[in-house]
Design a protein around this ligand. Structure first.
Ligand code: NAD
Length: 519
């Protein structure tokens, strides 16, 4: 509590981070509104990426615990689906205020488990909070359609109704934003929700559950189970779970999509990315370089919308030294240290994978203009740090181009025309995000029209739409029909019931005496 109040007073986030780790033990399950110790014998350690100290451990939920979570969700659904929309909205209004109140506490937990800077961690919370705020408008978002007199004395109305029990499976890189893409929309539309946070970053979800209780959300509307493959298979196979929201890697996302769909569920699966920035020579040089470096190296490159490839068109190829100079200035350190630009990557395995891919890329012909592989942060010698790394002479066959590195590595390609850049991007399997930097409206318009990527920025490096729109990654980055949040998110979590009624004076049933289909 002391730590909490010091955070609320804004006096010391660092104190909070320290006391949080002292008090940290095992992460609990959240079932039927209560935080419970797991009875499992199998645990997964969660590490602080800056130190590799164990922060907490996450249970691999037992079958009985997952069954209990499902039972709680099913029971809660019976009453929750009939709760008035205004009541559901009120709970989200309260949740919204509580998240704002505890912003720094949530951010500190994210920084400790995920490694990103405190400022970036607040951004993680804010982007999820915006989905909560949008969901507060459920009364309008859930309006159906109605048409009077579709036949004599006959009217038709459609309702957007909940599905039942839904589930969300989350990645490590946005510990608050991604769960908040899922359960607020699910619950405001009348569903109940089982969340499985990433086993690497469970803390923010648990804090959000405390806030959900404080907001007065009834027990069972949201349950949290932990674990890895067994928990995922439980979600994919349970006949009582109607829909799955997934965000994470291709391997897991394709597997969950196939297994969930084979079991008759609705699945939305957001997966990997390779986001290209195209730089035309008429772009504003200074801001473009700033934006590209922020988007490539911020959050240590562990954003699904990070720019990992810059395609310099024509004379902008001469900007490489300036990009390197800017990248060199970025400060690598633990995320809670003031002034940090680039925190550690999530694990020693992730670091080794990045180093290995960069080494392979160099063997395959890439030139390393800035090498962050040997970076040392004296105060945190055990952290998973990789410094900003810039590779040139990249082609589409290079491993550093083909693989999603998910680290602070920018690959630079050079071409003569914008058409060549468009061909490269449209030939890539992913369609999450892309950006063009130019001061020429005609070129920008042509790019927007011809590019086959779901989220396009014009002089905007990370074009993540706000929740009045939806997060619309395409092709290899998204499987499913309906995207996260916005109108599509509402549609994902609802089904349509259409009611056709006839009320005729003097008779309640149509009696035309015919067995044929009415025309
Ligand atoms: P991950 O796939 O390793 O883990 C995501 C979830 O899937 C976790 O809850 C994990 O327990 C589970 N999981 C992992 N491997 C599995 C398997 N083989 N079978 C079944 N379940 C499995 O992803 P991550 O490393 O936590 O997150 C990084 C990835 O997420 C990157 O590829 C990134 O691009 C992607 N991502 C995409 C978006 C998007 O909106 N497109 C947003 C954020 C992150």
């Amino acid at each position: 509590n002391n730590a909490l109040s010091s955070v609320r007073n804004g006096s010391s986030v660092l104190n909070f981070v320290r006391s949080y780790s002292k008090s940290a033990t095992s992460t609990k399950l959240f079932i039927d509104g209560k935080f419970q110790d797991s009875q499992t014998t199998q645990w997964i350690d969660v590490y602080d990426p800056a130190t590799n100290n164990v922060v907490t451990r996450v249970p691999q939920s037992t079958k009985a615990e997952m069954d209990a979570a499902l039972e709680s969700s099913k029971n809660a659904y019976k009453t929750w689906k009939n709760t008035t929309i205004l009541t559901r909205q009120q709970i989200l209004f309260k949740l919204q205020a509580l998240i704002r109140r505890d912003m720094k506490k949530l951010a500190a937990s994210i920084t400790q488990e995920q490694g990103k800077t405190l400022g970036d961690a607040e951004g993680d919370v804010v982007r999820g909070l915006q989905v909560v705020e949008h969901s507060c408008g459920a009364a309008s978002l859930l309006l159906g359609e109605t048409l009077q007199n579709i036949a004599k004395d006959m009217d038709c109305t459609s309702y957007k109704l909940p599905l039942g029990v839904t589930a969300g499976i989350c990645p490590f890189n946005f510990p608050a934003m991604i769960p908040l893409w899922m359960f607020p929309t699910a619950l405001v539309t009348g569903n109940t929700s089982i969340i499985k946070p990433s086993e690497k970053t469970p803390g923010a979800t648990m804090l959000l559950m405390e806030l959900l209780n404080e907001a007065g959300c009834p027990p069972g509307v949201v349950n949290v189970i932990h674990g890895a493959h067994d928990a995922v298979n439980f979600i994919c196979d349970s006949p009582d779970i109607r829909a799955i929201s997934f965000v994470g890697s291709d391997t897991a996302g394709q597997y969950i999509y196939k297994r969930g769909c084979a079991n008759g569920k609705r699945v939305q699966s957001n997966m990997g990315a390779k986001n290209h920035a195209v730089v035309l020579p008429d772009a504003n040089k200074e801001t473009t370089i700033d934006q590209i470096c922020g988007a490539a190296f911020g959050a240590a490159g562990q954003r699904c919308m990070a720019i990992s490839v810059a395609i310099l068109v024509g004379e902008s190829r001469n900007w490489i030294p300036d990009i390197v100079a800017k990248a060199m200035k970025l400060k690598v350190n633990a995320g809670h240290e003031p002034g940090t630009d680039v925190g550690p990557v999530i694990s020693t395995a992730a670091k080794q994978r990045i180093l290995h891919l960069v080494e392979n890329g160099i063997k395959q012909g890439a030139k390393c203009e800035l090498d962050g592989r040997g970076v040392v942060v004296e105060k945190y010698p055990n952290g998973n740090f990789v410094g900003p790394t810039v590779l040139t002479n990249i082609n589409t066959n290079n491993d550093c181009y083909k693989e999603e590195l998910f680290g602070p590595v920018l690959s630079i390609m050079t071409v003569d025309t914008m058409d060549e850049a468009i061909n490269i991007i449209n030939g890539n399997k992913y369609g999450n995000g892309t950006a063009i930097f130019t001061t020429n409206g005609c070129h920008a318009r042509q790019f927007v029209n011809e590019i086959d990527v779901g989220q396009v920025g014009v002089n905007v490096p990370i074009p993540v739409p706000l929740p009045m729109f939806s997060f619309t990654g395409s092709r290899g980055s998204h499987w499913g029909d309906l995207h996260f949040y916005g109108k599509q998110g509402i549609n994902f979590y609802t089904q349509t019931k259409t009611v056709t009624s006839m009320w005729r004076k003097g008779q309640s049933v149509a009696a035309n005496g015919s067995a044929s289909m009415p025309v």
